[in-house]
Write a protein that binds this ligand. Structure first.
Ligand code: ATP
Ligand code: MG
Length: 572
């Protein structure tokens, strides 16, 4: 490809809208442009990367025996009503009405559509197992689209669905996918972990998330320093908390004046008591029928995990209550909630039960209560494991091991679904004995563009992207520095032709631009190699090959440049 005929509108400035590196660099390298919140256009460089990720996914999925299909993105509401998700899915589901007033949605996922296809086409145990996949555009009206392609509203997903005759066979399909996912992310050049994941409301089944390790990750994962345990923190069952009530002496509870000290840090300093002696009280709104408010408690140096809290309350979702609701529930401004005397249900973390003579808000502005004792002062609280793990918590798998924490980007998710959809949608088959049974399903997703973005999060420097060879938009930039020099131009042109002939994907920067501009853009776009063709070098019969990752420059004779580049590339 000739840069002069290409569309790669690079930007010098860091766009203000971008918070994380991959988003900044995708914009700056001219890979993407924003159309609306969470909706992006892919420019030619972006498309090339996405196609490479897709090609790796296709190869590994095909190798694992999955069959590619392509399902509609628009789905009739009727199917979602059958599965029971039309009402459950909430605002992330983009609902559409056609000219005949028929309801549809833009598919956020395809369990319903695929199960409908399979229930019509497959009837016998002989037809199973089958695993069908597609690479398709999804729409989820995310509450907070951000980070560019990482959390978009419209995005491309590889989704696959397996159908088996029984649980054991479904386990085998799951294992095949786990293996395929490992190969996919490895080939994409990522450092990742498969972690145990929460199964949400479906229950009974199991699930793994593939997490790319990166500081910018929205997920937190816990892993053991001694065994192979690793899990999304939402999934970690803590064993360390002492759930026994305390046995020591209770001091009388006492209200203290804490003017303007609404945060635990402030009160802790003001009262000169460590944060671990505080009972943090947060008011949440649940998504159950009455949008009920609940108070969730944990130790002052711990954090509530929303997913664990929702699970303990047996609701889909909890969100922090807004100011008005907090005032309604506690009678006090935000910052002064406490567990004593609340009229709403109280769910406390297990770690709270053994606290003694603790501090809480007084449900009154500018006041706290000291010497609070859970069993005596709020005896009606329910207890569950609802907190976020912290480093040093005991490993739930091996005991003596300690948990460590890391941030991760969820690029893939595999899920043993069981018979949830085959039951609600009636996907059955006849077994060997002629008995009608429900198929056992699994589903398997990969965020295609999120995978590319995660690769940038792990592979970049101050100058720009450093693409892993496998998903780089091209292999090599050819940089003729003096575009008015006949020999420079003809050498670059010949290298370009020869590199293409030898199977490399080359981007020839034939623009009439200063060398500084070409160097900057080449580093920003981040192809694995650059060949620098300059007047001075040619006078000595050499060009320079630069390895983007290390910055190393190797001077090579012109007629060896192609073969050297091929070798270096294959070693990267
Ligand atoms: P998240 O917790 O990040 O919202 P999810 O659990 O909703 O993800 P799944 O429904 O399992 O995601 O979707 C499969 C894959 O699709 C995810 O692993 C992720 O890589 C990708 N994905 C999900 N939501 C988005 C999004 N808003 N933008 C880009 N990719 C996404
Ligand atoms: Mg999501």
């Amino acid at each position: 490809m000739r840069y002069s005929k290409y569309l790669a509108p690079t930007l010098k400035e860091v766009p203000a809208e971008a918070e994380i590196v991959s988003h900044k660099l995708m914009l700056r390298a001219g890979m993407i442009r924003k159309l609306a919140a969470g909706v992006y256009s892919l420019l030619p460089l972006g498309v090339r990367v996405i196609r490479k990720v897709e090609a790796i996914i296709r190869e590994e999925m095909n190798k694992a025996g999955a069959l590619e299909v392509f399902l509609p993105s628009i789905q009739p509401a009727g199917l979602w009503k059958e599965s029971g998700r039309w009402n459950m899915y909430g605002k992330e589901l983009l609902r559409i009405t056609d000219r005949h007033d028929r309801e549809f949605c833009y598919g956020p996922t395809h369990e319903e559509v695929i199960t409908d296809l399979v229930r019509r086409e497959l009837r016998s145990y002989r037809d199973l197992p089958v695993n069908l996949y597609q690479i398709q555009t999804k729409f989820r009206d995310e509450i907070r689209p951000r980070f560019g392609l990482m959390r978009a509203r419209e995005f491309s997903m590889k989704d696959a669905y397996s159908f088996d005759v029984n649980d054991e066979a479904a386990g085998e399909s799951y294992a095949l996918m786990k293996k395929a996912y490992n190969s996919i992310f490895k080939r994409c050049g990522l450092r990742f972990r498969a972690v145990e994941a929460d199964t949400g409301q479906i229950g009974g089944s199991f699930s793994h998330e593939f997490m790319v390790l990166a500081e910018s990750g929205e997920d937190l994962i816990a892993y053991c320093d001694q065994c192979d345990y690793s899990a999304n923190v939402e999934k970690v069952s803590l064993v360390a908390d002492n759930t026994d009530p305390p046995t020591g002496s209770y001091k009388p509870a006492e209200k203290v004046h804490t003017p303007g000290k609404g945060s635990i840090d402030d009160v802790s300093e003001f009262l000169n008591r460590p944060r671990s002696t505080f009972i943090k009280t947060l008011i949440y709104k649940t998504d159950n029928e009455n949008k009920e408010l609940v108070a969730a408690l944990c130790r002052g140096d711990h954090e509530i995990n929303h997913t664990k809290l929702a699970r303990a309350l047996d609701v889909n979702e909890v969100v922090l209550a807004d100011e008005d609701d907090v005032i309604r529930a506690t009678g006090a401004p935000v910052g002064y909630a406490g567990a004593m005397g609340l009229a709403i249900p109280v769910m406390a973390d297990n770690g709270v039960r053994s606290m003694q003579n603790a501090v809480t808000g007084a449900n009154e502005a500018d006041a706290h209560i000291i010497n609070v004792n859970p069993g005596r002062d709020f005896p009606d609280a329910r207890y569950a494991d609802i907190r976020q793990p912290v480093e040093g918590d005991l490993c739930p798998k091996c005991g003596p091991g300690k948990l460590l924490l890391a941030r991760g980007i969820e690029v893939g998710h595999i899920f043993k679904l069981g018979s949830k959809y085959s039951e609600s949608l009636g996907a059955t088959f006849l077994d060997k004995q002629g008995a009608e049974k429900h198929m056992i399903m699994g589903c398997y997703g990969i965020g295609v563009a999120r995978t590319a973005a995660a690769a940038i999060e792990q592979n970049h420097d101050e100058q720009g992207i450093i693409w892993p060879v496998s998903i780089a938009p091209f292999d090599i930039s050819i940089l003729p520095l003096n575009i008015d020099d006949q020999q420079v131009v003809s050498t670059a042109e010949k290298l370009y032709d020869d590199m293409i002939k030898s199977g490399m994907e080359a981007l020839l920067d034939d623009r009439e631009a200063r060398p500084g501009v070409k160097f900057k853009d080449a580093d920003l776009i981040g192809l694995p190699l650059q060949v620098i063709v300059g007047k001075k070098g040619l006078a000595n019969g050499v060009v320079e090959i630069k390895i983007r990752k290390t910055g190393e420059k190797i001077s090579v004779p012109v007629d060896e440049a192609v073969s050297r580049a091929v070798t270096i590339l294959s070693d990267l």
